[in-house]
Design a protein. Sequence first.
Length: 290
Amino acid sequence: MKTPHLLLVIAAALTLSGCDRLGDLFAKKPDIAYAPYGEGYAAKPDLAHVEYAHPIPAAELAKVTPRYLAGLDQEQLDQLYARLASGPIPDGAFEGEIVFPRGSSGRLRVAEIVGGFKGLAVDFKGKTLETLGEALWKGKVFYRDQKVLRNRIQDLAVLRPVIGAGDIARIDVDGKDAWLLFPAKLYCGQSLIDSRRESIIIDYAFTDELPGYRERPDFLAGRRGLRVRDEIRMIRPGLYLGRAYMDHAFGLNFVLHNKALDKAGRADFLAGKVTDDCWQGTQTRVAAAR
């Protein structure tokens, strides 16, 4: 097959699959260094030293794509996250994608964690919570002024056995319908992996106190369910790297992207004009020269 024809096939496949990643395929890879590490905990580098020895220039963070993140292993994702700051608390709708680290089996730790909670062995027509999370979760909607967040779920038909009857709030994003479920509180707080500076916390512990809460299925994320607590840090405006915990056990990585905000905030980010809403910590972040 000739090269021009091959490119057309790739573009068509990406379009049909609903993924807008053609630009990612040909984007220049960011030049980001990672400290050496081994398998055991004792062989992991100190995160403060990683940041001191390997600062990341804004120009390199500007090249990061979800595809690049998916090519990292878990230790590299951890090192990258530790060198980020909170950035501003987001506002509006963000596309979401689960990030499977390179070298992983492609399975989440969700099933393993769910096994420790009684009453959560729910059968969604043969599908597990693990597979549903990847298939149905399409992102998050931030209500910055209200300090509240809701999750975008695409296919309610699969969730009907748990949801039951009743109207559910809906949102249209780029012509795509999504339903809003699993509300959470939004605030700045301590990171569970890197306590040197705060992250933006998405906390489901008291989801039942928030407007629009539905006992089914929203209880699954709350303190009587999986006890979910997400945290995110900004790669650049409009692009955030996240970590999901269940009862303080790390479950998975995810990325949030708002293309319009990404494009609009690029110049200010490269000029160093973007500020953090959360505590920046006592360790001065090293600004790389390039």
